[in-house]
Design a binder for this molecule. Structure first.
Ligand code: ZN
Length: 246
């Protein structure tokens, strides 16, 4: 059983298409999306429809999905993010808006195999940014394996007797093999707006039978995504940052 774990696509259809093209060769049995389908990027409708078409699919909402559906006020958003939410609201179709509204809040347990959340298991909007945050998150985990998004940084937190260990992921491919008795909290990184100075789309493939997670990066048509952002009248910074993965 192989599961594609992906997060924070943020309306970047070029990046999502590149990920799905890559995973075609990898026999994916299940798709799991950790939220933030929209916001920032210029292709919210295409992104939602593409994700909806993945089967079988488990998907939870992110803070940008909530903001577009008015469940959460955008007061906590910076001006650039808020402008992108306003733009998305005025361009999303009714059907796609209803889909976003229907998304469940995390944490969610997937087939008694692992836990997923957007931010943290105790608060969907919380950013896990270090060992202390992760340690608290482990307390709320009902299973030894969890996946989260929201920070846009691919990272592995491992709970050991001595404490929590943090491992940032760099390089084209990285592999985590589970050790018996340990717990893991994993961020696959962001598909549509990586922030770890690597512009390539980030995602992970979890192999249940091999007890491992493989982390991937793929190149995509950054220029095309940028062109659409600029043509849409979205803040230019949202296009520029994609060049550098910031
Ligand atoms: Zn996000």
């Amino acid at each position: 059983m192989r599961t594609l774990i992906f997060s924070d696509v943020h309306g970047n259809i070029e990046a999502l298409n590149a990920v799905l093209k890559f995973t075609k060769k990898h026999k994916i049995d299940r798709y799991v999306c950790l939220g933030d389908l929209v916001g920032y990027g210029a292709s919210p409708n295409e992104t939602i429809q593409k994700i909806q078409g993945l089967k079988p699919l488990v998907v939870i909402r992110g803070n940008h999905d909530k903001a577009v559906t008015d469940i959460e006020a955008v007061e906590t958003f910076n001006p650039v993010a808020a402008a992108a939410i306003a733009w998305t609201k005025s361009h999303i179709t009714k059907k796609n808006l209803e889909f976003l509204e229907s998304l469940p809040r995390g944490p969610l347990t997937v087939e008694n195999d692992f836990v997923i959340c957007h931010g943290a298991p105790f608060d969907e909007d919380f950013y896990i940014f270090g060992e202390f945050d992760a340690d608290e998150a482990f307390d709320y985990m009902k299973l030894p394996l969890g996946f989260f998004g929201h920070t846009h940084f691919p990272v592995i937190y491992t709970k050991r007797d001595e404490g929590v260990e943090c491992q940032f992921l760099a390089g084209p491919i990285n592999l985590l093999k589970f050790e018996k008795g340990l717990s893991y909290l994993i961020n696959p990184g962001s598909v549509g707006q990586p922030r770890d100075r690597n512009p390539r789309a980030a995602f992970a493939i979890y192999d249940h039978d091999l007890r491992q997670v493989r982390f991937h990066r793929v190149e995509y048509e950054v220029a095309e995504a940028q062109k659409k952002i600029r043509a849409a009248g979205l803040p230019a910074a949202l296009a520029d940052r994609l060049t550098h993965g910031l």
